[in-house]
Design a protein around this ligand. Structure first.
Ligand code: PMP
Length: 445
């Protein structure tokens, strides 16, 4: 460590642990601890830590072509684009834009939806409808379309407000309904918003196929995406799937939206595309979306580091490993095992729900399981569970949005073993016990 004290991170965090190495599902701390990465970083790491191939591919790429602006063709760009189209993208997704991460990928997607209409002459169509409890990124525009109220609050004045639809949060249905008698009314609300705002003002609808960390692995009820698709078709609205978390096998299929029986028009991705080995994001669209832009000579976002050759090489190597080692199938199998093991936590008096799909799982902790009363924010239950996990060398992801709280996300690498699943679940249970200890109103007391 440097002798000069440095301000890292920007503001203090309990997670400022000095990590000097990482292998498989473990982070190696300078003090010798091996921390089990139950969160895959931030739902990113899929092939596991410490593989040599991505780094070697990056070194080769950098020595060959360190940098050229995105419109230039390089072997790394072409190889990744070909692989994406051949092995990963759903049929019809023929237009590819690469950026440096999830926020940029989503920002590109919402801008593209707007550009699509603008190029067609529908200049009034600009609003992108998001949903409460969703998260789409940390830029001002992506915070605005997202439903992470706590992160949006400080920048709200800087963006034009757009309406939010209710999430499919069946545990606490915002419409007070119950599936299946609800007939997926939360999707109908999207149409009600479009009609209220005026279809000639709405450019797009954006949704995470399985809401990641902000909601805590909220799965859509069957039929939700088919309804969204039909609504968007009725009103000439672009449907955007934010697959930044769910893409590239995290839920056991290539893209979670593909499994819903209704394809979007634009898919935004990042995280798993490079498994954490390089910063890269992708925005993929159909011909129908791109064609009007082509006519007007407009193009999606230009970022200096879009399709960076070394990042493309890393992503290509990671996607190659995912395919060759059939790791998506492993995510399905181990995801089922993690889900089954977590079900045992459902017996815990402070666990309201265990949810998710594949290797994207979450639990919601409450004070009272009958009434679903949450712990007060000041109780800091999520941070206590996180710290309790770290005390036993397991790292969990803190989910939620502030108001939506005490959601713990588990999203380990796809190579996770049964023994590691057992460790993370046993530690999680003990961490919850300790976090709620002494709360006289808890259902445990
Ligand atoms: N969309 C979703 C669903 C996410 O979970 C995230 C990040 N957690 C983002 C977008 C933004 O990605 P990034 O942090 O790479 O900018």
């Amino acid at each position: 460590m440097a002798d000069t004290p440095v301000n890292w991170p920007f503001t203090p965090s309990p997670l400022a642990i000095d990590i000097v190495g990482a292998q498989g599902c473990h982070l190696h701390a300078r003090d010798g601890r091996k921390i089990l990465d139950a969160a895959g970083g931030a739902m990113v790491v899929n092939i596991g830590h410490g593989r040599r191939e991505p780094g070697e591919a990056m070194a080769r790429a950098s020595s060959a072509v360190s940098y050229v602006i995105p419109p230039f063709v390089t072997p790394q760009r072409m190889q990744l684009a070909e692989r994406l189209q051949r092995d990963w993208l759903p049929p019809g997704f023929t237009r590819l834009h690469l950026s440096s991460g999830g926020s940029e990928a989503v920002e590109t997607a919402i801008k593209l939806a707007r550009q699509h209409h603008f190029a067609k002459g529908d200049t009034g169509k600009w609003k992108v409808i998001g949903r409460d409890l969703s998260y789409h990124g940390a830029t001002v525009a992506t915070l605005e379309i997202g439903g992470h109220a706590a992160r949006r609050a400080p920048v709200a004045a800087m963006a034009r407000e757009t309406p939010k639809a209710p999430p499919h949060y069946c545990l606490r249905c915002p419409l007070g309904k119950t599936y299946p008698t609800c007939d997926v009314a939360c999707a109908d609300e999207v149409e009600a918003i479009i009609l209220r705002e005026g279809p000639d003002t709405v450019a797009g609808v954006i949704a995470e196929p399985v809401v990641g960390s902000s909601g805590g692995a909220l799965e859509p009820p069957p039929g939700y995406w088919r309804k969204l698709r039909a609504i968007c078709d009725r009103h000439d609205v672009v449907l955007i799937a934010d697959e930044v978390v769910t893409g590239f096998g995290r839920t056991g299929v290539r893209f979670a939206s593909e499994g819903e029986g209704a394809l979007p028009d634009i898919i935004a991705t990042a995280k798993g595309m490079s498994g954490g080995y390089a910063p890269i994001g992708g925005t993929f669209a159909t011909e129908r979306i791109a064609e009007p832009l082509e006519r007007t000579g407009d193009a999606p976002m230009f970022y200096t580091f879009s399709a960076h050759p070394a990042a493309c090489a890393a992503a290509d190597a990671v996607l190659d490993i995912l395919s060759k080692e059939d790791l998506m199938a492993r995510a399905r199998v181990m995801g089922d095992r993690l889900g089954a093991r977590l079900q045992r936590l459902k017996q815990h008096p402070n666990v309201a729900e265990v949810r998710g799909r594949g290797l994207l799982r979450a639990i919601e902790i409450v004070r009272d399981r009958e009434t679903l009363e949450r712990f007060p924010a000041e109780a800091n239950i999520t941070m206590k569970v996180l710290n309790g996990g770290l005390a036993e060398n397991v790292y969990f992801y803190p989910g939620g949005t502030g108001a939506q709280r005490d959601v713990i996300v588990l999203a380990p690498p796809f190579i996770v073993t049964d023994a590691e699943i057992e460790t993370m679940c046993a530690v999680l249970e003990r961490a919850i016990d300790r976090a709620v200890e002494g709360d006289s109103l808890s259902s445990r007391a």
